[in-house]
Design a protein around this ligand. Structure first.
Ligand SMILES: CC(C)(COP(=O)(O)OP(=O)(O)OC[C@H]1O[C@@H](n2cnc3c(N)ncnc32)[C@H](O)[C@@H]1OP(=O)(O)O)[C@@H](O)C(=O)NCCC(=O)NCCS
Length: 153
């Protein structure tokens, strides 16, 4: 037995542990709460005047490479899609990351997620590679990257 830093090859083992019991039903809640602490400055929410949440985008900066970041997750209320909220959230998150010194932003997206692929392309993300079984068997993802343009750097 050894204790070590997480590596990619641990992913399926961790997912297996998470699905072992019905007690572990709060995985998203744990993630969304804790993301607010770890990514406090780059976790943006689109909300109406009355506080209703219409969408969110969680950005993150790689601690050991502060000029690189991630779009960890973006989501818009399905009743309110194609109304410009996703575009605004993504644009603002990119802006906040870049203002913090990030020059290169990564994300992953399903090769069959047309709306998200189209949105990301519009903001300068291009596919770097297709990673097989990224989220488990049959769940390939494109790794996409956006480099800040030289004029902006
Ligand atoms: C992807 C997502 C965030 C887009 O949010 P949205 O508010 O609907 O997006 P916008 O209205 O700002 O549209 C911006 C661009 O996205 C693309 N887009 C959005 N909906 C689309 C659709 N149904 N079909 C094709 N392209 C679409 C278009 O390029 C659009 O630009 P346009 O308005 O010039 O056509 C939203 O569809 C969503 O929450 N999807 C579920 C979660 C998800 O897939 N997240 C990404 C995981 S990687």
């Amino acid at each position: 037995m050894e204790i070590g830093i997480y590596r990619d090859s641990d992913f399926s083992g961790i997912i297996n542990l998470d699905s072992q019991t019905n007690d572990e039903k709060y995985t998203p809640q744990v993630y969304f709460r804790h993301a607010a602490s770890i990514h406090a400055d780059t976790y943006l929410v689109a909300r109406d005047k009355d506080g209703t949440v219409a969408g969110y985008c969680i950005g993150g900066i790689i601690p050991k490479k502060p000029d690189e970041g991630w779009i960890l997750r973006i989501y818009v209320d399905c009743q309110r899609r194609h109304g410009g909220i996703g575009r605004k959230l993504l644009e603002e998150t990119i802006g906040v990351l870049e203002k913090s010194g990030v020059n290169k932003i990564y994300l992953t997206v399903s090769p069959v997620n047309g709306p998200a692929l189209s949105l990301y392309r519009k903001y300068g993300f291009s596919p770097e590679e297709r990673i097989k079984d990224y989220f488990g068997e049959g769940e390939d993802r494109f790794l996409m990257v956006r480099n800040k343009s030289p004029a902006e750097v």
